[in-house]
Design a protein. Structure first.
Length: 360
């Protein structure tokens, strides 16, 4: 595909050696963390009944974290779902069931539940670097692949076009993921309003994570505002001209969530920081320009390469693929999320309890 560039006379024709090596490593790394590597993700994709889609079907397409196979083993908790309970996207129901089973810390005879004890033991063994072990695996593979790539293709002057397409992949990955994340807040199902059972629970029995989630759940409109921010970031990332603004919004919103999950021992810190990483890559090329414009107050013109879409085939392919993504993750996901929130919120019972009983 031919390429054109604005103000071509100012665009660097060749990159420095260090910049080319860094790009090769970054290219492999971000491909590994942006494209699903789990067979379960693709199995779920082809098994969706698009005539009767469910909220979790669409959400599981959007929500997948880095799953690069471990090279050296790890003891950390990697990823974490939007529930903050470690359920994976490929099998959210299994993860939820395992977590529910582990909630019973004591049985009828006052003995500690083995599953709860195992969870506590794993929690004690957690390390901050272990949680990001999958990223480390991806980085090791990227460095090895980047060095091999350098030996094979050392004479190429630049990777302007390849950099453009990598940015497209990263920003679409970030957009789709944060839209799925945002809908759980726009329709407050991620942190639902505290149930009667929770309101009757002794405060000291709550974990730090649960205290924070209840604090947000009890003010639904604050949670809704968070969803609006995340959805806006995703919408802006879909378009090249607004991607910088979307990346800034993404870094700010998800950076805050990352810190909160560290402070309250939550389970979404890796997944939240994943979006910070993607947003940082998207905005990286604009940082010098923004510094030049906002700090040094100099006249600044952005220079970049982008494909020539003048041919009808390229033009319609671009519009079709982008339109399909917007239709699924704004149209279909909105509809299924409304149905889920109204009739079957997955974190709350969908059927009434026994009428003759009540809690105290």
């Amino acid at each position: 595909m031919a390429t054109i560039e604005n103000t071509q006379e100012h665009v660097p024709v060749s990159w420095s050696v260090y910049k080319k090596i860094a790009f090769r490593i970054a290219f492999i790394f971000f491909i590994l963390v942006s494209i699903p590597l789990s067979g379960g993700w693709y199995k779920n994709l082809v098994s969706i009944d698009w005539t009767r889609p469910h909220y979790r079907d669409i959400y599981d397409i959007a929500r997948y974290g880095t799953n690069v196979p471990s090279l050296f083993g790890s003891s950390g908790r990697q990823g974490g779902s939007e529930e903050g309970e470690g359920a994976t996207a490929a099998s959210p129901k299994k993860g939820a069931k395992a977590k529910i089973a582990g909630k019973s810390s004591r049985g009828a005879e006052g003995l500690q539940d083995p599953q709860a004890a195992e969870l506590q033991q794993l929690s004690r063994k957690r390390t901050w670097y272990g949680d990001y072990a999958s990223w480390g695996n991806a980085l090791v593979l990227a460095v090895i692949g980047g060095l091999i790539w350098t030996l094979i293709d050392r004479k190429r002057p630049s990777y302007n076009v390849l950099y453009y397409w990598l940015t497209v992949i990263v920003r679409f990955r970030a957009a789709i993921g944060i839209i799925g994340f945002g809908y759980t807040k726009l329709f407050p199902t991620q942190m639902p309003f505290p149930s009667l059972g929770l309101l009757n629970t002794d405060f000291g029995d709550f974990t730090a994570q649960k205290i924070y989630w209840l604090s947000v759940g009890i003010v639904p409109w604050y949670q809704v505002f968070g969803g609006v921010v995340e959805l806006l970031a995703g919408a802006l990332l879909f378009f090249r001209k607004t991607a910088t603004f979307g990346a800034i919004l993404l870094i700010g919103a998800l950076g805050d969530i990352t810190f909160v999950n560290y402070a309250y021992d939550g389970g979404v810190h890796v997944y939240a920081f994943y979006f910070v990483l993607l947003g940082t890559f998207v905005i990286a090329a604009d940082v010098p320009r923004l510094y030049n414009l906002l700090i040094l107050e100099r006249y600044t013109i952005p220079h970049f390469y982008y494909p020539d879409y003048s041919k009808p085939a390229y033009k319609y392919a671009r519009i079709g693929l982008k339109g399909l993504a917007i239709l699924i993750f704004f149209g279909v996901l909105t509809y299924t999320e409304i149905i889920n929130f109204k009739y079957d919120p997955y974190k709350q019972p969908a059927t009434a309890g026994l009428k003759t009983l009540r809690g105290n």
